[in-house]
Ligand binder design. Structure first.
Ligand code: HEC
Length: 156
């Protein structure tokens, strides 16, 4: 290969590497690695930030536990005005607008949150969890999360 061809190939390889680095895909493994792993500071057995008032069903200590608790359950143990969201599913497969975990991370989804069975689980009862991890999720993460739920929230 001559030098010019070699340089062109090297440049192309580095550009491709940049494009893939940091990209969030609508797959659970990608969502967990990009952002959900931060949530284990409080939502895990014996977690450092856990208090008696921490929501009780979620466990983000591993990707497998996070997937199981997010897709298999609904909020429990919430107190005060947050208690209006007890019983609300974290994820409604196919329906990000009615998935509590989306509302906890996305201000627009929180404002619009409206469930017939839990009319008081609205923006005043759903806490913004992005302040608790002190890290704003990227717009890429939020759109990948919504797409993943729309696609059926598979353990992928
Ligand atoms: C500093 C501790 C802490 C961290 C970190 C944390 N949470 Fe929470 N979480 C809580 C507490 C406490 C509650 C109970 C409601 C409240 O007091 O705000 C809660 C409640 C929730 C709820 C129930 C609905 C709601 O909003 O009240 C969801 C869903 C949730 N957390 C998801 C997450 C996700 C996803 C992350 C990671 C981005 C996260 N949490 C990070 C402490 C935390």
């Amino acid at each position: 290969m001559n030098l010019r061809l070699f340089l062109a190939a090297a440049l192309l390889a580095s550009l491709t590497a940049c494009e893939t680095a940091g990209k969030v895909e609508p797959k659970f493994s990608s969502l967990y690695g990009d952002y959900f792993s931060n949530c284990k500071q409080c939502h895990a057995a014996g977690a450092l930030g856990k208090t008696s008032e921490t929501e009780k069903s979620l466990d983000f200590s591993s990707s497998a536990k996070a997937y199981a608790t997010l897709t298999g359950g609904s909020a429990t143990g919430l107190v005060g005005n947050q208690a209006d969201c007890n019983g609300v599913p974290f994820i409604q497969k196919g329906d990000p607008a009615h998935s509590l975990v989306v509302a906890a991370l996305d201000a627009g989804a929180r404002q619009a949150f409206d469930l017939a069975g839990n009319p008081n689980c609205d923006a005043s009862a759903i806490s913004d969890m992005t302040v608790k991890v002190n890290k704003t999720p990227s717009t890429e993460f939020l759109s990948a999360l919504k797409t993943w739920i729309t696609n059926g929230a598979q353990n992928d």
